[in-house]
Design a protein around this ligand. Structure first.
Ligand SMILES: Nc1nc2c(ncn2[C@@H]2O[C@H](COP(=O)(O)OP(=O)(O)OP(=O)(O)O)[C@@H](O)[C@H]2O)c(=O)[nH]1
Ligand SMILES: [Mg+2]
Length: 205
């Protein structure tokens, strides 16, 4: 079974933990006395396109102090769910900062990690301040897909993870292909020049 790691990034209170609980336990913890921790890690299994995946899900505390930790999480992951709340403009504006962290890690590793932009709290559409169109525009800028979800109702939660896994799978297939192409190029025998041929025909007597 394939094993992959997904990290959830986004500012305080956008619903990262709630999204994870909904996926892993199919539960919604409404207004729980939540104690943010530095690192939360969950595991679950998901079937995507006839393939089973062992999914490791990470969430990190959103704090300037832990910027290095955030970059480590990005580095360790195979793909990222970039989360904001459709009811908070600040959570949407701060996405740029997270994207910069992703770009920094991508630059260092030379690998462009798949991202899905997730607009949570879809159920609170009456308090919506970010339009769907704004979500699509930003997702396009990030080179990602945009999905609106609700951890409260469960709407599109599984879909967001499945779409990301499809992207990760596609991305890794492309990486393998380009690696095998570049190694086969290296292995390609060089054309012999005339001198070499002569040399090889020489008989040592
Ligand atoms: N209406 C609504 N509220 C939500 C939803 N998801 C989360 N919440 C609420 O938003 C608040 C924050 O949710 P968390 O899951 O703790 O958010 P978080 O991103 O993990 O927050 P930190 O860990 O503090 O960064 C809680 O009061 C949740 O009940 C949702 O889909 N709809
Ligand atoms: Mg949390």
């Amino acid at each position: 079974m394939k094993s992959i790691s997904i990290v959830l990034l986004g500012c305080n209170g956008v619903g990262k933990s709630s999204i994870i609980y909904r996926l892993v336990m199919n539960r919604y913890l409404d207004d729980v006395d939540y104690n943010p921790v530095i690192e939360d890690s969950f595991r679950t299994m998901l079937d995507v396109d006839d393939e089973s995946y062992y999914v490791n899900i990470l969430e990190s505390i959103d704090d300037e102090e832990y910027q290095d930790l955030r970059e480590q999480f990005i580095f360790r992951s195979n793909g990222i769910l970039l989360v904001f709340s459709i009811t908070s403009s600040l959570s949407f504006e701060l996405l740029e900062e997270y994207f910069q962290s992703i770009s920094k890690v991508n630059k260092e590793t030379g690998i462009k990690k798949p991202i899905i932009l997730v607009g949570n709290k879809y159920d609170s559409f009456k308090e919506r301040v970010i339009t769907r169109e704004e979500g699509y525009i930003l997702a396009k800028k990030f080179g990602s897909e945009y999905i609106e979800v609700s951890a409260k109702t469960g709407c599109n939660i599984k879909k967001a993870f499945c779409v990301l896994i499809q992207y990760i799978h596609k991305f890794e297939e492309e990486m393998e292909l380009s690696l095998s192409l570049s190694s086969s190029k290296k292995e390609k025998p060089k054309k012999r020049n005339k001198n070499m041929k002569k040399k090889n025909n020489c008989k040592i007597q």
